[in-house]
Design a protein around this ligand. Structure first.
Ligand SMILES: [Zn+2]
Ligand SMILES: [Zn+2]
Length: 216
């Protein structure tokens, strides 16, 4: 049966955390933003109630809102953290600025597996293809499921908008290039799961997204 997706919206940044799983009961957790104990439990209850086995912990990029639950997931499920190597410094930086955002209990995490363009993440009968899409963050990646027709896209595309580029590692032209030359090559019907807000499709954003209209 088809690959399934569960979304949780965690932390004051309203960040979307994704659990992707299939009939094998194997799953991956992408961008765990759980910080409060209640958020950790919401994620854990879903995993246990569905009898899921966590095979991979993945980050699209390492801004604070996407990494708050990394340490929890690593310890709870015994999986290493997988990110693009360029995000290493970004992840390290979270330790120093977390308290200024009020996250005084932030638990730091370190990655030990490096993701690259065209890597394939395998679990159960599902494959996620890694696409390198810098611009919002210098080492941003997205996870494409060609068979099921979706992409877990972090903060690259949003419904009617795009990721901000004023944070460290951000660059507007690079982001537009990632969208035009990578994201928009996916089939129009591809469902785009965003790091914040509702999901959208590649076709809808191609037609309507004002930020991507310039070179359409
Ligand atoms: Zn971000
Ligand atoms: Zn974000």
């Amino acid at each position: 049966m088809a690959t399934q997706i569960q979304v949780f919206t965690f932390n004051p940044f309203m960040e979307n955390t994704y659990v992707v799983y299939d009939d094998s009961k194997e799953c991956v957790i992408i961008d765990p933003g759980c910080y409060e104990r209640s958020e950790q439990l919401a994620l854990h209850n879903f995993i246990t109630q569905n009898g899921l086995q966590v095979k991979h912990l993945l980050n699209t990029h390492c801004h604070i809102d996407h990494v708050l639950g990394n340490a929890y997931v690593m310890h709870q499920y015994g999986v290493p953290l997988e990110i693009h190597e360029i995000e290493k410094t970004q992840l390290k930086a979270v330790e120093s600025y977390a308290p200024s955002y009020g996250f005084t209990q932030y638990q730091p995490s370190e990655a030990s597996v490096w993701l690259q363009e065209e890597d394939v993440i395998r679990f159960g009968s599902t494959e996620l293809r890694v696409m390198f899409t810098p611009g919002h963050a210098a080492g941003h990646v997205v996870f494409v499921c060609d068979a099921a027709g979706f992409v877990i896209n972090g903060d690259v595309l949003f419904q009617g908008s795009i990721g901000r580029t004023d944070l460290p590692g951000g660059d507007f032209d690079t982001l537009i290039q990632s969208i035009q030359q990578k994201m928009f090559l996916l089939p129009d019907e591809t469902v785009v799961y965003c790091g914040h807000g509702p999901s959208t499709t590649i076709g809808y954003e191609k037609r309507t997204n004002p930020f991507c209209a310039l070179s359409r």
